[in-house]
Design a protein around this ligand. Structure first.
Ligand code: DON
Length: 313
């Protein structure tokens, strides 16, 4: 098994440069349609803080649904296990923006990573104050996790989703009808669209994910972000629900907790070892990064990092 992570990252980056099956860029959020399919970036942060970057690892992209990991972490910090009376923790087996289960399941989304679940989580974040304060709270949290004050929210992306997000509006209104939103739908959606519009590079995203790889602690400072139990549970949700109706396939191929976004980013966690972010804007049919998943599959194979391997060397 190769253990030179820097060499492995360089090798995978070179392989991805030549890939021809790159998927399709999301175009239902207009600014995302303009991003070039040629992009590929990867960042791996090891437990000792060493950082391995490849390709366009420093270029910010729209993290979209990857943000749901951070908003969930914040909401659990606010209301703890009470969250689970409003959101489930089972895979949905449906598309990220599906409405069908909400009818039979009384407006309770299957998990916090499908859009409906993340909108409930955004509603929880509003309990702390105004929409502007909730959005600022998410941004502050992500900056703290990444140790990087330069991270921003792309207002153009948020505005584009507000203008075109009819499905999300439908989901929010439907859940409000079941009394599973406590604030006006416009406010919950405002928070949700802004968190999705966080612009981060692979390096920043991998840095922000470190606490999940280290029992809830920031390995650089030793500061406790969440309890070890909560970190394990968030990882479990990422493994089972992080890629929606593609989660089984991702676990089968990669074997790591991961969370995807339609901007083409994936955050993946190797417990005890590394936090990884990959980015390539072309998506597969289920809305997850085509090359991102392939790169992670190769990385896990070359390093033995699948959580299903007997030893993580
Ligand atoms: O709400 C949406 O549709 C987008 N803001 C986020 C969806 C997303 O990233 C799904 N992930 N693959």
């Amino acid at each position: 098994m190769l253990t030179d992570i820097g060499a492995i990252v360089a090798e995978i980056t070179a392989e991805m440069r030549g890939a021809t099956e790159r998927g399709r860029v999301a175009d239902y959020i207009p600014p995302l349609a303009c991003v070039s399919r040629d992009r590929f970036g990867i960042a791996v942060v090891m437990a000792d803080g060493s950082l391995h970057l490849g390709g366009n690892a420093e270029e910010p992209f729209s993290i979209q649904s990857v943000s749901k990991v951070f908003s969930l972490t914040l909401a659990l910090g606010m209301v703890g296990d009470a969250l689970w009376s409003r959101v489930g923790r089972e895979p949905s087996g449906s598309a990220f923006n599906s409405i069908v289960q909400l009818e039979t399941e009384q407006g309770i989304p299957r998990n916090p990573f499908i859009n409906a679940g993340a909108i409930v989580v955004a509603d929880v974040l509003l309990a702390g104050g105004t929409p502007a304060e909730a959005i600022a709270g998410v941004l502050r949290f992500v900056r703290t996790l990444a140790g990087d004050e330069t991270i921003t929210i792309d207002a153009k992306v948020a505005a584009a989703e507000l203008a075109t997000g009819y499905r999300n509006m439908a989901l929010a209104n439907y859940m409000r009808a079941f009394a599973n939103l406590q604030h006006p739908v416009e406010q919950a959606l405002g928070v949700y669209f802004h968190q999705c519009a966080l612009a981060m590079s692979c390096r920043q995203l991998a840095m922000a994910g470190r606490f999940l790889a280290h029992d809830g602690r920031d390995p650089a400072t030793g500061r406790c972000i969440v309890t070890p139990q909560r970190a394990r549970r968030i990882n479990a949700l990422m493994m089972l629900c992080g890629h929606y109706d593609n989660s089984g396939e991702f676990a089968f191929r990669v074997g790591l907790p991961g969370k995807s976004g339609v901007g083409g980013g994936i955050l993946a966690v190797v417990p005890g070892t590394a936090s990884i972010a990959v980015w390539s804007p072309g998506l597969n049919a289920k809305g997850n990064s085509q090359l991102g998943a392939l790169a992670l599959e190769r990385l896990a194979a070359k390093t033995g990092w699948s959580v299903f391997e007997a030893s993580h060397s």
